[in-house]
Design a protein around this ligand. Structure first.
Ligand SMILES: *[C@@H]1O[C@H](CO)[C@@H](O)[C@H](O)[C@H]1NC(C)=O
Ligand SMILES: *[C@@H]1O[C@H](CO)[C@@H](O)[C@H](O)[C@H]1NC(C)=O
Length: 435
């Protein structure tokens, strides 16, 4: 493997980008057996006030049967500079896994291009929202630069196992990016919160009328909408990329797979009785509104909006990693077990400067949980309670309260015991257990 100075590799890549060379990925270095690669999405163009919300299919991704160890991303310009949130607000990036039919060729027999998503089957994470809602493997928002995503050894997210891919399909990856250019806008935070009055829209992305009491959120800041600029301002377009950095290891029998669960605080589990028995249906709304605390509230410290949901996790396991996703105004969220114990508490940090990664007033990072593996166990069917808190001194629109959880169903010694090729470990364990 190459070991090249990182800046050199980076400049080289930018040079290739400028030349329009499609090779947008390169291996940077190998440490032990951890591999690291930096990739770039196709470029997107933003001008002051404009919004992109795009899906890029078949993105560059590590190949083979591997375990993902971390996934980080940020917005950069053509020279590779990090772009601060007060210029381009990164609402979110999410990465989805899908199977693409090998028969979905580029053009149809009538010569028309087929849509990029033709013949694709999304492979969602392990739950728990309905259908494909919140089905991503990876994803963060403005907090992306300051949030740890590393998965400790010997755990990893298993992907690319050829035995899992159905006949006639290939495993692929897509990324959805939602970014808002807030240079020269009248109200930067308002544009970032997708307040409808600033976007001058009356219908959503699918031409459905927006209900009058909907003040802000995803329905008002879809692709190609524009947020209100300051009087007389008009700025130049510029080209940006989402740069994403993935660490992984080749799969082997000593890696313990983790499952990905994302709990949404807006999820209301609906139960229904039909002839076949009890049915449950998750109803995740993804976003919600936070009303401001009553104006006669004297103490601003009492202005905390609390939203809770309680849901069962059908299959439990040991918590390996946890992090929340909140928007502006968020002050943290906590996941509780059925007995009230804290499974993970995750708190946003706000920037106080001007530079990328420390933008004043924005969420620039989220604290994460790395419990000692084995110390926090969720039992099968345990009812978890998620609580998401916002500071509602001011109202907030289109906020989120997601909790991303990595769960291992077995601990390493249990897992290896089941693994046929590691019988020597079984012996070691038997000796340890016998004494
Ligand atoms: C708002 O939208 C309407 C119709 O789409 C347009 O005619 C009008 O100029 C827009 N107003 C502003 C302030 O952009
Ligand atoms: C909410 O934010 C206001 C400032 O906007 C601050 O004065 C107040 O202490 C905050 N409250 C909490 C509970 O964080």
């Amino acid at each position: 493997m190459w070991f090249v100075h990182r800046d050199l590799v980076f400049s080289l890549a930018i040079f290739m980008l400028l030349l329009g060379i499609s090779c947008s990925s390169f291996l940077v270095k190998t440490e032990n057996k951890i591999k690291l690669a930096v990739f770039f999405t196709p470029k997107f163009e933003l001008e002051p006030g404009s919004v992109i919300e795009k899906d890029y299919y078949n993105i560059d991704f590590p190949k083979g049967h591997i375990a993902i160890k971390s996934f980080n991303a940020e917005v950069v310009d053509e020279a590779g500079n990090s772009i601060p949130l007060h210029e381009t607000y990164l609402h979110h990036w999410v990465v989805n896994r899908y199977y693409q039919s090998k028969h979905a060729t580029q053009t149809r027999h009538d010569g028309q291009n087929i849509p990029e998503n033709y013949g694709n089957v999304m492979v969602r994470n392990n739950g728990i929202c309905q259908e494909n809602t919140i089905g991503q493997y990876f994803g963060l928002g403005s907090e992306t630069r300051g949030t740890r995503t590393d998965i400790p050894d010997p755990f990893g997210i298993e992907i690319g196992n050829p035995e899992e891919v159905p006949e006639g399909f290939e495993e692929k990856w897509m990324i959805n990016i939602h970014a808002i250019d807030t240079r020269d806008v009248e109200d930067k935070l308002g544009c970032s919160e997708c307040r409808c009055n600033l976007y001058n829209v009356t219908v959503d992305e699918y031409w459905r009328a927006i209900r009058p009491n909907y003040k802000g959120g995803l329905l008002c800041c879809y692709d190609d909408t524009h947020c209100k600029l300051k009087e007389g301002f008009e700025g130049p377009k510029r080209s940006l990329y989402l740069k994403y950095t993935i660490k992984w290891v080749d799969w082997d029998d000593f890696i313990v797979p983790v499952k990905i669960y994302i709990i949404d605080v807006t999820d209301t589990l609906k139960l229904s009785n039909d002839p076949k028995g009890l049915n449950s249906y998750h109803d995740c709304q993804v976003e919600y509104q936070v009303e401001s605390c009553s104006t006669n509230q004297k103490d601003e410290n009492d202005c905390v909006h609390v939203k809770r949901t309680s849901l069962p996790l059908e299959t439990g396991g040991y918590v390996i990693y946890g992090v929340t996703h909140q928007h502006l105004g968020g002050i943290g969220s906590t996941l509780y077990g059925q007995d009230g114990r804290v499974i993970c508490s995750s708190i946003p940090s706000y920037g106080n400067g001007n530079e990328a990664g420390n933008e004043a007033g924005y969420i620039v990072g989220m604290s994460t949980c790395y419990p000692q593996p084995g110390s926090i166990k969720i039992i099968n069917g345990e009812i978890l309670t998620l609580e998401s808190n916002y500071n509602n001194t001011k109202e907030h629109t289109g906020v989120m309260g997601l909790f991303y959880l990595l769960v291992a169903e077995e601990l390493p010694y249990q897992y290896f015991r089941h693994s046929t090729r590691s019988s020597f470990l079984m012996d070691v364990n038997n000796i340890l257990l016998d004494n």
